[in-house]
Design a protein around this ligand. Sequence first.
Ligand SMILES: NC(=O)c1ccc[n+]([C@@H]2O[C@H](COP(=O)([O-])OP(=O)(O)OC[C@H]3O[C@@H](n4cnc5c(N)ncnc54)[C@H](O)[C@@H]3O)[C@@H](O)[C@H]2O)c1
Length: 287
Amino acid sequence: MNTTDDIDTIGVVGAGTMGHGIAQVAATSGYEVVMRDVEQDLVDEGMAGIVDSLSRFVDKDELGQDEADAARDRITGTTDLDALADCEFVVEAVLEDMDVKQDVFADLDEITPDDVVLATNTSTLSITSIASVTDRPENVVGLHFMNPVPLMEGVELVVGERTDPGVVELAHDLAESLGKTTWESDDKPGFVTNRILMPWLAEGIRAFDEGVASKEDIDRGMTLGTNVPMGPLTLADHIGLDICLDAMETLHAELGDRYQPPYLLKRKVEAGDLGKKTGNGFYDYED
Ligand SMILES: NC(=O)c1ccc[n+]([C@@H]2O[C@H](COP(=O)([O-])OP(=O)(O)OC[C@H]3O[C@@H](n4cnc5c(N)ncnc54)[C@H](O)[C@@H]3O)[C@@H](O)[C@H]2O)c1
């Protein structure tokens, strides 16, 4: 499998927050989609979420009713694992738990042809560890969509120890075919986004717990003071506090105490590289 032209049907494992978002975006981009969860109720909830989201795009005139109906019709919801057997690309979006993900990947490895790329939407777990239960680690890659998937443009592409460069290229192309823009990360805990985001959320939560300010003022301070669209407490709520805790526990186990002032920051200041005002910081502003 070399190009997105070889892909007609995308499998999505998990119909939760991320799974049904990925299924929706794949369907609105013209792919056939098979979305699988473990119980029919969960599949139905995922489908209802998709229908609701599509109708909001129609209300905003960003999608015609016909296009929304066609996208809905391209998605098959199922509890049957074997229904994924004919997919040409699969994205896994189940719970952030290594054992659960490895079970899913072992199953996918059994039922899909060897050349099918298996992508994981994990936020923090090692792509290499997930791939290790398969006989095709070269065809396993991280495709970390952002929440809410239909609205967020970015997708973090995570390259495992054994991921083939051709698979990285295919994953970039596939994400672009879904209207997304990618950046690449090595398979290090939390990748780029959560390695940096999670300590920020944790510090917001601690600041609230220690009475630094009300939750509203912490969120207001960070939005107005640092120009981010959402403060840490609001953003943690949007992500899901369980998802945040899982991510923080993984980062803590892998990286330890990350709250000391960074060594590099001290050296930069001692060197007089203070940022834009001196013409040099982490970037060069001298031109
Ligand atoms: N929520 C976020 O903001 C966010 C953002 C980026 C990435 N992620 C990652 O995406 C993944 C999914 O997160 P979520 O927020 O969608 O979780 P969620 O709890 O909303 O959904 C997970 C779904 O997976 C299903 N599931 C569990 N085992 C399964 C199996 N064997 N086969 C099929 N379905 C199965 C569950 O029934 C559930 O419906 C996690 O790895 C998470 O870290 C989440």
